[in-house]
Write a protein of this length. Sequence first.
Length: 279
Amino acid sequence: MNEQTVTIDAATCLYGIIGRPVRHSLSPVMHNAAFCRLGINGVYLAFDTDDTARACMSMRCLGIKGYSVTIPNKERIISELDEPDETVLRIGACNTVKNSAGRLFGTNTDWIGAVKAIEKKMDIAGKTAVILGAGGSARAVIYGLKKSGVDVTICNRTVEKAEKLAKEFNCKAAGIGHAEKIRADILINTTPVGMGSLSGTSPVSGQGVMNYGLVMDIVYSPPVTRLLQYAMNAGRAAINGLEMLLVQAMAQFEYWTGRPAPEETMKKALEYAISHETH
Ligand code: ATR
């Protein structure tokens, strides 16, 4: 699968993901495949930790070049950074850290994953969107959509949370049931409905999905959720969570290396890992 072989030696640069749980992360396969493809002397590992502060100390001390950051470290890493960028401060979460001569720079690429994945299917500026959920994932998606000139309505089970977020990002808010009735160009699910114990369930009915032109689910396991199945049955454009995962990882790779990410290689590695998952 890998086109080049890279020797691990004294000059090898270390990257990784910090999170807990992290063993099921698909980031290592994507980034290592990209390093191999471009002949970059780098290795990317998964670090199972929720000790954010010491993970950052290790980064400075050992010269680790970059981290992907996931639950539960995304919010609490901000205070450890020397230079969080505007995306981190507005979203309130950091998913990517770069160590540049001992200074830790932070950014958030989750919003890029959402926006670019949609842009592959339609022009986004001036469109309307309904976002299901008002948690951390919703914040990144909403930031990206607003930045791209989309009119956003947040629909959440707890309507007060939707209202609070709507105030912050200048959107509209409603209960989750409103997503059945509102018409919009784009529908994005950021809730866990459709995965794990909620697998096989959908946050919007098959009838409700007809109100949208494009449907995206940030859930990537299973790759085709019930919501996306409804969308495809109705002939609507459907984007799964793997696409967003891929695009945000490509943006991370570019942030760290300054080189264009090899999309096809990373995509193939991701698909291979998914199809060979034993869990
Ligand atoms: P994340 O960081 O992944 O976004 P989160 O911050 O816990 O996770 O947010 C999860 C979102 O999914 C919340 O908006 C939550 O709704 P509430 O604010 O009402 O808790 C929503 N959510 C979780 N389980 C849900 C369910 N069974 N049905 C509908 N919405 C659900």
